[in-house]
Design a protein around this ligand. Structure first.
Ligand SMILES: [Zn+2]
Length: 202
């Protein structure tokens, strides 16, 4: 049994990252002792692929080394379409894969969110139209109270999504493999990204 060196959480023997705080476990030393099992457990795709053919790929010998080598590029996964950079440039990195899956899920949620916002706001404005308000020298269009309330609610949601992106960037850039709250539990995009990775690493 081992424990997280960062937060002390008890870990599964084969855990590469702490499930509580996302810190890489001390896999580097253990990888030296059991390189075959470690590599087989963590990177079956890499095992199957012919080694040394792609010199751009850094040689990844453990999850901790993977995180250390690729944290400089993995954070791009949370910058919208820039997730294509870690996806293609580090396609064999399990660390980048983890963050690209999280970033792609966040990106999909953002797209759905902003489409929903546009539709709902159009409906609210149709049901609760504003009116012309008169100032001292001019007049302007005054939105209805319902429109203003919905705009504030959607604004709060946008800020929440922005906070999630910042959390992802910080996790990825500091070597942590930690799922985002709420978004991290959505399986659909992860499954799609698994298929894309499988195709890329064929
Ligand atoms: Zn921890």
């Amino acid at each position: 049994m081992k424990f997280c060196r960062n937060c002390g959480t008890q870990l599964e023997d084969n855990a590469a990252f702490c499930p509580a705080c996302g810190t890489a476990t001390s896999a580097q030393q253990e990888a030296a002792q059991q390189p075959a099992q470690q590599a087989a457990a963590q990177q079956p795709a890499q095992q199957a692929a012919p080694p040394q053919t792609d010199f751009v790929q850094p040689q990844v010998d453990s999850a901790a080394a993977d995180a250390q080598q690729n944290r400089g590029i993995a954070w791009l996964a949370y910058m919208g379409l820039l997730l294509l950079v870690p996806l293609f440039a580090r396609k064999r990195s399990e660390y980048c894969k983890f963050h690209v899956k999280q970033g792609a899920t966040l990106c999909a949620v953002e797209i759905v969110y902003y489409i929903t916002q546009a539709i709902v706001m159009a409906i609210v404005k149709a049901i609760f139209p504003g009116h012309i308000a008169y100032g001292y020298f001019t007049y302007y269009y005054q939105d209805s109270a319902a429109t203003i309330i919905f705009r504030l609610l959607f604004g709060a949601g946008s800020i929440f999504l922005l906070v999630l992106a910042i959390m992802g960037i910080v996790n990825a850039a500091t070597g942590k493999q930690k799922k985002l709250p709420l978004i991290g539990q959505i399986p659909f995009i992860e499954m799609l990204m698994d298929k894309i990775y499988a195709a890329l690493n064929k």
